[in-house]
Design a protein around this ligand. Structure first.
Ligand SMILES: *Cc1c(COP(=O)(O)O)cnc(C)c1O
Length: 301
């Protein structure tokens, strides 16, 4: 599992899967073809997620899939390459061209698009289909008809919404880059993103989800991060505080995440989901947040 993986996926490995005797090795998301050094005879799955949750690393998925494929063929290992493709979804990425065997997408996000349902899709190559289908049936996984209808309806505007989220996201991110409080914006469409070239090679666009790093002096000292960032994140007119992005509305979150092998070297992170509101109104809203934050810094001894 990449060290930048979605938190609940890490919790599944450390919790339920560990109790079932399944061991997990976390790896640096930027490991590339070096992933083969971690493969053992009992390895069954290499899991990928790109960009990483909160920290937005773009993985070299074609290189990882190719290296794993060669090693697995050489040694006769049945290793399945599973990608969490929620950020891009099939709108921005073609994971089967990258060599992925199974692509997992949370339809809860942009596909539903209105923050009112929970659903996911597992899309796989033919040779894995029976296995996936049998597990779904044996675990009783099924979806409600109303939820399925909402996803089908969301799909009608999916492409349009992606383009609007991307354009508004880039506008807000560009503005953030000019703020004195912001150390850097972690947005793969920006040339300053360390893996911008990989993103450009593999993805056909971006969406409204990205993070930014604050300068330490912009954050009130001596308090837990979520509390220190209260003046920026609380009481915004347009940004709710929430995890489940991909709906029409904007969200803001002080990032909290676990790293066990490739520690986060940057400063405090805030994650934004830029929704379908007027980006000018979103910028004005964040401007008020930054003013409240700097008042709080000045008032902190
Ligand atoms: C939100 C999310 C999921 C799971 O979404 P559900 O809310 O459980 O449908 C999985 N992976 C990533 C990267 C996500 O952001």
């Amino acid at each position: 599992m990449p060290d930048s993986v979605y938190g609940p996926a890490r919790a599944l490995c450390d919790g339920l899967l560990a109790r079932m005797g399944v061991e997990t090795t976390f790896y640096d998301p930027l490991i590339g073809a070096g992933i083969t050094s971690l493969v053992r005879t009992q390895t069954r799955v290499v899991y990928l997620e790109s960009p990483g949750s909160y920290t937005m690393e773009i993985q070299d998925i074609p290189a990882i899939c190719h290296a794993i494929g060669e090693l697995a063929a050489d040694q006769g290992l049945p290793v399945v390459r599973i990608l969490d493709n929620t950020w891009a979804s099939p709108v921005l990425a073609r994971p089967f061209d990258w060599g992925v065997d199974v692509s997992v997408v949370a339809l809860t996000k942009y596909w539903g698009g209105h923050a009112d349902l929970l659903m996911g899709a597992v899309v796989c190559r033919d040779e894995h289909w029976t296995e996936v289908f049998d597990v779904c049936r044996q675990m009783g996984l099924c979806v409600g008809g109303d939820d399925a209808w909402l996803v089908l309806r969301g799909m009608r505007t999916l492409d349009l919404r992606f383009r609007q989220h991307e354009a508004a996201g880039v506008e807000v991110a560009s503005w953030l880059q000019s703020r004195p409080e912001v150390a850097r914006v972690l947005h793969p469409a920006f040339e300053s993103h360390p893996q911008h070239a990989l993103w450009k090679r593999d993805f056909s666009g971006a969406n409204g989800l990205f993070s930014f790093e604050l300068k330490p002096e912009a954050v009130p000292a001596g308090r837990p991060l979520a509390q220190a960032l209260g003046p920026l994140c609380d009481y915004r007119r347009h940004f709710g505080i929430g995890y489940s992005w991909g709906g029409f509305e904007s969200l803001i979150m002080p990032a909290r995440f676990t790293r066990t092998v490739a520690g986060w070297k940057g400063g405090p992170l805030v994650r934004l989901h830029v929704g379908l509101e007027d980006p000018k109104a979103l910028i004005a809203d964040l401007e008020e947040g930054f003013e409240a934050l700097s008042r709080s810094v000045r008032a902190t001894p």
